[in-house]
Design a protein around this ligand. Sequence first.
Ligand code: ATP
Ligand code: MG
Length: 173
Amino acid sequence: MNRNRAFYIGRFQPYHLGHHAVIQKIAKEVDEIVIGIGSAQKSHTLEDPFTAGERVMMVSRSLEELDITYYVIPIMDVHRHAIWVSHVRSLTPPFNVAYSNNPLVIDLFSEAGIKVKKSPLFQRDVYSGTEIRRRMLNDKKWQDLVPKAVVKVIKEIDGVQRLKKLSKIDSQG
Ligand code: ATP
Ligand code: MG
């Protein structure tokens, strides 16, 4: 029998406990998960500080603790919504359901005939990439908003320092 495989995409700048809660829920419903790292070409900006490879590490290491087969695939932007689903499918293992709460992503997959399930939001006020980056810049506690594996990766790549340097460059114009 074919395996039930789900797709979930995010920029994961960084991967946080909101994303992780969604993945844990999906893991209960399917056999395998395909995770897309969106805007894979971006890094070293205040909104997208981490490279695709660094984000692959964050997601892969966080998912090691779950009992599910997963594939983590970087996906660059194509800047053409009409071909985005084909682009995604050309890079990923075949999947039969996509989970998202992004209205455009939901529409594009639905139009392409792929089943979409709405993923819930968990504590969106704090489990948010924007909020976590803001805390990193302001020396506020961010470590309890991400899986432990992500704390380790960010430490390993000196991620907070990178963000602070980017912020200085940004303010100098
Ligand atoms: P940013 O603030 O940088 O945009 P983000 O927290 O929105 O970061 P993304 O990588 O942009 O994270 O989001 C990927 C997907 O995860 C989106 O569909 C988003 O709605 C979803 N998501 C974000 N935060 C949560 C959360 N707290 N609970 C569940 N899903 C979330
Ligand atoms: Mg977002």
